[in-house]
Ligand binder design. Structure first.
Ligand code: NAP
Length: 293
């Protein structure tokens, strides 16, 4: 078997085009475009690249970006005050705090300060709670992006065995909840799971978000399974050779020989995160203006 390669770039482009057209309609009806604010504390180069990507993408779909940067030694109170200003600013519909924040700051406590209606990352306790109760709310963008990719494959989730490797608040837990909401039978694995290989091999849908290069090998995968690789692991220049230097948690070459569909890294889950963040921002603006799309 040779797996279908799930083209995250193309699917993300389609989502972004849909968002752009809905932003145009929203702007006409509401009299102002949606605004997305990013808060970056410090000068971590990877975080700066992510933030610039989000700024650029929001501009491209017709939103107004707000770029707030604070020095690496900013106090908790300074960051909190910036978040409060953005919460109160009616031209801002979505607020996201780029994580991780410098070690002296309490990232979860700062995230919790974002107004739930503006929490486009879906990481505040209110939105996490709404998700776990199965009630409407903001969902984290990366798991939402994975749901879009799964929909594109046509895989039937109802009754399917879904295995999520990783239980982070950012990804693994909300991913499991979204699959459960679609009536999959969900197992969440983590570093203490006994016999990861055996559990993964039961999966009709296998999702890896671990941060360990090529952990998922061919014999972890049931023939015909759909495999989604969320991992983004940077190789050293020596390891990378002439590749992009980015590898997932799945041994792509081996697993593509047994799965029915698989995401590549790069070009799979990665492009979906920003696309779904934009959709979340549009929905936040619609809810705040009480205009449904
Ligand atoms: P994280 O917070 O470090 O969580 C990693 C999870 O993997 C933990 O639950 C950990 O278990 C589990 N784990 C670690 N080693 C394991 C092993 N040997 N066997 C089974 N489980 C193991 O990471 P994260 O934020 O969820 O991110 C995971 C990966 O996805 C990273 O590579 C990250 O870069 C990537 N990611 C990509 C995107 C995107 O936009 N494409 C978005 C988010 C994350 P314990 O809980 O027991 O420690």
């Amino acid at each position: 078997m040779s797996a279908k390669i799930i083209d995250g770039k193309a699917i993300a482009a389609r989502v972004r085009a849909e968002v752009a057209s809905e932003v145009e309609q929203f702007t006409q009806r509401a009299g102002k475009p949606p605004g997305l604010a990013t808060v970056l504390v410090g000068d971590d180069p990877a975080s700066a690249v992510y933030v610039s990507g989000k700024q650029r993408a929001s501009l491209e779909v017709g939103m107004v970006p707000f770029d707030r940067r604070l020095p690496a030694d900013a106090s908790f109170e300074q960051v909190a005050a910036e978040i409060e200003r953005l919460n109160a600013d009616e031209t801002v519909n979505g607020v996201l705090l780029q994580l991780p924040v410098p070690a002296h700051l309490d990232g979860p406590a700062l995230t919790e300060m974002i107004h739930p209606l503006k929490d486009v990352d879906g990481l505040t306790p209110i939105n996490a709670g709404l998700l776990s109760l199965g009630r409407p709310g903001m969902r984290p963008a990366t798991p939402l992006g994975v749901m879009e990719l799964l929909a594109d494959t046509g895989v039937e989730l109802e009754g399917a065995e879904a295995v999520v490797v990783g239980r982070s608040n950012l990804f693994g837990k909300p991913m499991a909840q979204l699959l459960l909401a679609e009536n999959a039978t969900v197992t969440t694995c983590h570093s203490r799971t006994h016999d990861l290989r055996e559990v993964c091999a039961r999966a009709d849908v296998l999702i890896a978000a671990v941060g360990r290069p090529r952990l998922i090998e061919r014999d972890f995968v049931k023939p015909g399974a759909v495999v989604i690789d969320v991992g983004m692991n940077r190789l050293t220049p020596e390891q990378a050779g002439n590749t992009s230097g980015l590898v997932g948690d799945v041994d792509f070459t081996c697993v593509a020989g047994i799965a029915s569909a698989i995401t590549p890294v790069p070009g799979g889950v990665g492009p979906m995160t920003i696309a779904l963040l934009l959709r979340n921002t549009l929905q936040a603006a619609q809810r705040q203006a009480r205009i449904e799309g």
